[in-house]
Design a protein around this ligand. Structure first.
Ligand code: BGC
Length: 898
């Protein structure tokens, strides 16, 4: 069997909203070993039968690379549906049949203008006000062949046609810098429109545009007027094309959604519903004319990321009464999303809920970690994560909040009509609809739970952009958390479209001097203290370097690398120019090794010197820049950045050597950064490593690193072959460690190692999130070391990759699968009675460099491989290394277990 498994368009299946010629990716599948692609053919037509409507036929192209086939310029027209199919050939002389036909839709292409107007209700309230409905009728006197709706809002919208909800997206148009650009979504609504009268009705809320943002409860950050922009592009049976958009024919009125805020939650009064107002012809005295605005100075782009969807519906695990007498529902895990309900009761009765992440030491419902974050900024105790629903009293009422989400596991039920039971509720998991492509499982239940927790927190923090903490009044796109977790994230899920959209925002929000903000979308300085402006930090802004590089490594995304290149160069130039030494980053405020434990009780920045850390990250980003330049064929730049790196390295060694060589002065993070970033001079390398190992053993064989150090610590221990120490840290069950949190019942990744301390007390409630991704960075290690599956810098996108599992006695088996851009890789091993077995799957058109660990007799095993035709060799570490082509394999041999 040889076939096209899938075809992706810019990494997506059947995307809408194509504005630029996309790239096509073909995933091939073959049952024959060592299959390589030799040629492909792609056809694009305006109809699924191609022939008469052919727009482009690539012909048979002799080329082995099929992961980024460029669509030629100028062949695509705006607002058109195109069909695509492909065929491939391989090195065994086989030809596939045509693939399944896929389609994609173009939207507004170059220079093409929206014909409609921004419309707004003729109210202008800076304070929270009820969400508004906006609606317009239209008549179809002919059958519709294709109808597409392009829509966006300044605020948040939900849209229906004839009472039917359009699309499955939530919290759209999303969180981005509304002052710089505007994203819109596109939907196929052909089946929504019928002959005769139709009604388009949208519900408009405040969202990030106008609602509360940050712990200061800052309102109207981007504007104080909610607006809607929509355009229906309709193709009629006669071939005639029609555009119906937002204009002065729209009416607005207040909806039953009395309040809906990202942080606060929602208040809904079903008694205010207007039955029939979603249908053609309905009108009453509350309907008002809208205002229009024709200003398109802020550019509009199609949302090509991953909008928020319902990714799971949870039946609550249990309901119980706390010692304080509260009725609490337990969803079983700490999710982001909301609560849906089905309820019956008399008119005017209410359901009142509050969402929280954990129970306190006594087992009572706990939300101080949400409230104290804002308390000293505000007089009033803020309402946060509340849901209130007032019944209309007409049989079963079904409700789910609209423009808000909660970070929670527990729901306190404060009011409910009649008997409460879990049957009435459902936990709705909202997350950017990023497909999970990485899976890990092992014989160790604790590690499996850790992996689950990482996935739960990835989902919980992927809300249109990568946020940090989905619960307190923050939920911002912190660039530090974003970059630290990105490697793990790329293993776990197909993140390319998601990060691309965030990078677009990072580039847009880059400061004029080239520096990159601490959070993107940048919502302004959090600190008014001009002496110490809090708008950037080493290890945070570096997201502009790290994330594009990871997209290149995992998905061979050259397009993003190329488009970010100028912005990356500007960032490096900023680092170079800042401070009084070109080769040190010795200026500005830095968060440091955020929440490291070595700074002492309740400190935030850890012990690692922030100036040293800043220069280390400077070196790291410059090194990445040299690699990026090399990957793009910018060789002069690459040499230049390599030179710069060497100079920074020299300067760091001169100024900061003690920070990674002296046991008194050094920290685990300091050593880990220096060694992992390659900035330790060769004469000091073993001193730095020994210092690191000593610091770990002095700390009772435990880590004490923060957000920044933890990732580099685990990577560096692997880099220097100290898997024994790394495994000890990974498998530690006592505090501080990952499995400590698992043993405390964590179902997500905590912001602090001691979010709940061994004595049961909480970390400072001012900042204690139970879902943050940073310490989940270890997820990458489960793939890259435990199962040994890692991408290679000189063969990005897993065209060639490593399989070199690191076995540990505490595990009898482990398996990882990653669905890469070429197809699924499987790397699994078992260790039973000193017999090691590796099960491997290598996707079609790729090769793997396999390193079999610790055979009892490496020479003999190598001979066997050579006799089977492999180029096998014994490595310095006495492992056996060889290269295999695509296919499934099993290798089994006696292992020397240490
Ligand atoms: C966020 C972080 C972030 C940090 C900056 C916190 O409030 O939640 O995770 O990186 O501030 O230091």
């Amino acid at each position: 069997m040889f076939k096209v498994r899938d075809v992706y368009i810019d990494g997506q299946k059947s995307p809408m909203g194509i504005e630029e010629p996309p790239a096509f990716r073909i995933v091939a599948q073959s049952s024959v070993h060592s299959t390589e692609i030799t040629a492909y053919r792609v056809q694009i037509g305006e109809r699924p039968d191609f022939a008469p409507s052919m727009v482009w036929d690539s012909g048979v192209v002799s080329e082995s690379s099929i992961d980024a086939i460029a669509c030629p310029d100028h062949i695509l027209q705006p607002h058109t549906r195109y069909y695509l199919r492909s065929m491939i050939w391989n090195n065994h002389g086989e030809q596939s049949s045509w693939s399944d036909v896929v389609f994609f839709d173009t939207a507004f292409m170059k220079d093409q203008r929206w014909e409609s107007a921004w419309i707004s209700p003729s109210e202008n309230f800076a304070e929270p006000s009820p969400c508004v409905y906006m609606a317009r009728d239209f008549i179809m006197d002919e059958g519709v062949v294709l109808a597409k709706l392009h829509i966006t809002a300044r605020g948040l919208y939900e849209v229906e046609i004839n009472g039917q909800r359009v699309g499955e997206d939530y919290l759209v148009p999303g969180f981005f810098s509304y002052d710089k650009y505007q994203l819109y979504q596109s939907y196929d609504v052909t089946s929504f429109i019928h002959a005769g009268g139709n009604r388009l009705r949208a519900l408009l809320g405040d969202g990030w545009y106008k609602g509360n943002l940050t712990s200061n409860w800052h309102r109207c950050y981007y504007g104080d007027k909610r607006e809607l922009l929509a355009e229906l592009h309709i193709t009629l049976e006669s071939g005639r094309k029609l555009v119906i958009g937002t204009d002065d024919q729209f009416y607005w009125w207040y909806s039953p959604v009395l309040l809906s805020e990202i942080y606060d939650g929602e208040r809904y009064d079903a008694r205010l519903e207007k039955p029939g107002s979603d249908q053609y012809g309905y009108h009453d005295e509350d309907f008002h004319k809208v205002s229009t605005r024709h200003d398109f100075s802020i550019p509009l782009y199609a949302d090509r990321g991953n909008p928020v969807r319902i990714v799971e519906r949870i039946r609550p695990k249990r309901m119980f009464t706390t010692p304080a007498g509260e009725t609490v529902i337990d969803m079983g895990k700490n999710i982001s999303g909301t609560v849906a309900m089905r309820v019956r009761g008399i008119r005017g009765s209410r359901v009142v809920l509050k969402c929280g992440e954990v129970l306190d030491q006594q087992g009572n419902f706990y939300t101080r970690n949400l409230e104290e974050f804002v308390l000293d900024e505000m007089d009033d105790h803020p309402s946060i994560q509340n849901i209130e629903y007032t019944l209309k009293g007409e049989g079963d009422e079904v409700y789910m909040p609209h423009f808000t989400y909660q970070g929670f596991r527990y729901v306190r039920v404060d009011e409910f009509p009649g008997d409460i039971s879990v049957e009435h509720f459902e936990g709705i998991v909202l997350s950017s609809f990023v497909q999970q492509t990485g899976f890990f499982e092992s014989s160790h239940p604790g590690l499996n739970q850790l992996f689950d927790n990482i996935i739960t927190s990835q989902r919980g923090n992927f809300i249109g952009i990568p946020i940090a903490g989905p619960q307190r009044a923050e939920r911002l796109g912190w660039t530090g958390d974003g970059q630290i977790f990105a490697h793990a994230a790329c293993y776990n899920m197909f993140t390319q479209p998601f990060y691309r959209m965030w990078l677009k925002n990072i580039a847009a929000d880059q400061f004029d001097d080239g520096n990159v903000p601490i959070s993107v979308p940048f919502i302004g300085r959090l600190d008014s203290d001009e002496e110490k402006p809090l708008d950037s930090s080493a290890g945070w802004g570096d997201a502009i370097m790290v994330v594009p590089w990871l997209l290149y490594l995992h998905y061979r995304d050259v397009t993003t690398l190329r488009s970010m290149y100028p912005a990356m160069k500007r960032f490096i130039a900023y680092l170079q120019e800042s401070g009084d030494n070109e080769y040190l980053y010795n200026e500005g405020y830095h968060f440091g090794d955020w929440f490291a434990l070595d700074g002492g009780e309740d400190t935030w920045t850890g012990k690692t010197d922030t100036a040293f850390l800043a220069s280390a990250y400077y070196a790291y980003s410059v090194k990445l820049m040299a690699k990026v330049a090399h990957a793009l064929g910018e060789n002069e730049d690459s040499l230049k950045y390599n030179d710069l790196f060497e100079n920074i390295k020299k300067e760091i060694n001169q100024h900061y050597a003690l920070h990674f060589t002296s046991v008194e002065k050094a920290t685990q993070t300091g050593c880990a950064l220096a060694l992992n970033m390659g900035i330790v001079s060769s004469s000091q390398e073993s001193a730095a490593l020994n210092t690191l190992l000593k610091l770990i053993s002095q700390n009772g064989n435990h880590l004490n690193t923060g957000f920044i150090g933890t990732l580099h610590l685990m990577e560096v221990l692997a880099k220097y072959g100290r898997y024994d120490v790394a495994y000890r840290l990974l498998l530690n069950e006592s505090y501080p460690s990952w499995l400590y949190t698992v043993n405390q019942g964590a179902t997500s990744i905590w912001e602090h190692w001691n979010g709940i301390a061994p004595d049961g007390s909480f970390w400072n409630p001012r900042m204690n999130s139970f879902s943050h991704t940073a310490f989940g960075s270890v997820g990458a290690w489960l793939f890259s070391e435990v199962c040994g599956l890692s991408p290679l810098e000189d063969s990005p996108g897993y065209k060639q990759f490593n399989i070199s599992p690191i076995v540990n006695q505490a595990l009898t088996w482990a398996i990882a699968t990653v669905d890469t851009i070429h197809g699924e890789i499987v790397s699994g091993w078992t260790l039973e009675d000193d017999q090691f077995t590796l099960t491997l799957h290598v996707p079609t058109n790729t090769t793997a460099i396999v390193v079999l660990p610790k055979p009892m007799d490496p020479e003999q095993l190598t001979k066997e491989f050579v006799s089977e035709g492999y180029h096998a060799e014994v490595t310095r570490a006495k492992d056996v290394q060889f290269i295999v082509g695509s296919g499934s394999y099993k290798f089994s041999y006696p292992m020397k277990v240490e």
